[in-house]
Design a protein around this ligand. Structure first.
Ligand code: BTN
Length: 245
């Protein structure tokens, strides 16, 4: 980690990290907040961020082509999994592309944002990796309608975590996994496939709540697209949401 910028409360660590990336912040800069008032999730949803969670955004300057940038989200997921495994002995599964699951419930989400506008001023675009993880809270701290879908590290392993150590482990592992994309892509893909939550499950492909396909999860291809076997046809999923049934 190059620099840690910490707030008790912030609207969104991704919003600030993007601003800092535009101002020239170096790779490895981290913005962390104890709580967020306007945390951002995938598909322009809001991300509930009460105290007890780990909320941070990491600025990266990966040496990958624009077509390969989607792999950074997968690397961040695997990096967070490594950190959780090292800190509390749990091995969460990854729901493509960006959610970590323990015992069928979501414990963390990742929102990667590619700062493409930086190219307009001749700079190499940065990627901001935002991680929201339920750590020392309980699922009962969340609104009733969400309690059945999510869990926390405290619920799963019965022990409070040292937040600073967990952050450090996540940042190091994400950096290492992003490097692995360049140095050892095939090992990376094999290890990601071993953590795949959707493999072999019946999965719905949704775009803005409309079902586009229904198939059985087959894992990721070399570009990080998700493969679904739908009525004998292999579909390559680039975006949208995958929901296990
Ligand atoms: C998702 O589950 O849809 C992704 C959630 C990502 C939330 C994190 S919390 C830290 C960072 N700042 C944000 O505003 N969002 C990400």
């Amino acid at each position: 980690m190059q620099e840690l910028i910490y707030y008790q409360q912030l609207d969104s660590t991704n919003r600030l990290a993007k601003e800092l990336a535009h101002q020239g912040a170096v790779a490895g800069t981290v913005v962390q907040a104890k709580r967020q008032s306007a945390g951002r999730g995938q598909y322009e949803r809001s991300f509930l961020s009460p105290p007890g969670g780990l909320y941070f955004s990491l600025i990266l300057h990966p040496t990958l082509s624009a077509q390969e940038i989607a792999l950074v989200t997968l690397a961040a997921g695997l990096g967070c999994r490594d950190a959780i495994q090292a800190q509390c002995g749990l091995a969460p599964q990854i729901k493509w592309p960006n959610d970590l699951y323990c015992s069928g419930k979501k414990i963390a989400g990742i929102l990667s944002e590619y700062c493409l506008e930086m190219a307009d001023s001749g700079k190499t675009p940065a990627v901001v990796v935002g991680v929201g993880m339920n750590v020392n809270s309980r699922s009962t701290d969340f609104p009733a309608e969400l309690q059945g879908q999510l869990s926390t590290l405290l619920d799963c392993c019965g022990k409070r975590q040292d937040m600073a150590a967990l952050l450090q482990a996540c940042v190091e592992s994400i950096g290492w996994r992003v490097e692995q994309l360049t140095n050892s892509r095939s090992v990376f893909l094999t290890q990601w496939r071993q953590a795949d939550y959707l493999f072999g499950r019946k999965v719905q492909h949704l775009l803005r709540d409309e079902q586009l396909a229904l198939g059985i999860g087959q894992g990721i291809d070399e570009q990080g697209r998700y493969l679904l076997l739908d009525s004998g046809q292999l579909r390559r999923i680039l975006g949208g949401q995958l929901r296990p049934l």
